[in-house]
Design a protein around this ligand. Structure first.
Ligand code: GUN
Length: 293
């Protein structure tokens, strides 16, 4: 069926745009540089940081990964971040979540310099987004979903958007992006979550349904209005005895059931995931451009 929103292709288009900007910086003697900080050996985080390093290399960005012991005290991590803030050769800093229990993630995110916060997690950048001030960095996953909507020609102004999930990384910033006044936004946004009563009825009214609730195959066919645009942000590991590893990743949408009803739908994998990395690369290049203006 031809109703897929191809995140891999759209990410490749954005990478091509980013590469041009990297070359322009490099011709001025500036190589955009990001430092990844990973605390402990969370297997998913190892995979994600590895993927980000690979794409950096492909696009001509420099990347360094600091791997800290799982038992690293918060004060030590904060001292590392402060040193990176002061290092003029570093344009972007990303502290990979999840972090071990002794570390308070919001404190860490608030310690990253605002102009190096390519994750868009610093309270100042979150505040700028909410205020409609485009000078800040926007969290990569919701920024990537926004680009998928824009580049797939999905009408957003006046649309009923339902976001499933109210997390700080996806749901809240996603709502802020789409409710803004202005081009590429102007949507009517509803945020549903685990305590929402009658969640099915909200979903059925959505012109654009964005699932970031973290429940495997939560969105079923009966929840989707025919012709709606469905974006699946979910990454859920579920047991699968037929898989060699004993488990596999599934999204928040029952893709097989929903695809025939949806107007457009993201595959998962191959939808939102590649866009998150594309936005991180773009944010990092922008950070380097701003720091060398
Ligand atoms: N863990 C899962 N998603 C993200 C992300 O976008 N940024 C960081 N730093 N950690 C994550």
């Amino acid at each position: 069926m031809q109703n897929l929103i191809d995140g891999r292709q759209i990410a490749a288009d954005i990478h091509a745009e980013t590469r041009v900007r990297v070359e322009a910086l490099r011709s001025r003697g500036v190589t955009p540089r990001i430092v990844f900080v990973r605390v402990g050996e969370d297997p998913a985080s190892r995979v994600y940081v590895g993927m980000k390093e690979r794409i950096c290399a492909e696009l001509g960005l420099e990347s360094t990964t600091l791997v800290l012991d799982t038992a690293t005290p918060q004060a030590d991590l904060l001292a590392r971040v402060v040193a990176l803030n002061a290092d003029a050769s570093v344009h972007g800093i990303l502290v990979q979540a999840p972090l071990p229990a002794q570390i308070d993630a919001p404190t860490v995110f608030a310690t990253v310099a605002v102009d190096k916060d390519v994750d868009g997690f610093h309270p100042v950048n979150v505040g700028r987004l909410l205020l409609g001030d485009s000078s800040g960095f926007v969290s990569c996953t919701p920024a990537g979903v926004h680009e998928l909507l824009l580049r797939s020609g999905t009408p957003i102004a006046g649309a009923n958007v339902v976001i499933l999930g109210r997390g700080n990384i996806v749901g809240k910033p996603m709502a802020a992006i789409l409710m803004q006044k202005g081009p590429g936004a102007d949507a009517t946004v509803t945020v549903c979550h685990s305590r929402t009563r009658g969640i099915e009825e909200y979903c059925q009214r959505a012109d654009i349904l964005i699932a970031a609730i973290g429940v495997p195959r939560f969105v079923t066919a009966s929840m989707v209005k025919p012709g709606a645009v469905v974006i699946d942000v979910g990454v859920n590991r579920v047991a699968d005895s037929s898989a060699r590893s004993g488990s596999r990743l599934v999204g928040d949408v029952d893709f097989a059931a929903v695809q025939p009803i949806a107007g457009r739908i993201t595959p998962n994998p191959g939808g939102v995931g590649p866009m998150t990395i594309a936005m991180l690369m773009r944010n990092t290049v922008r950070a380097a451009e701003i720091q060398h203006e």
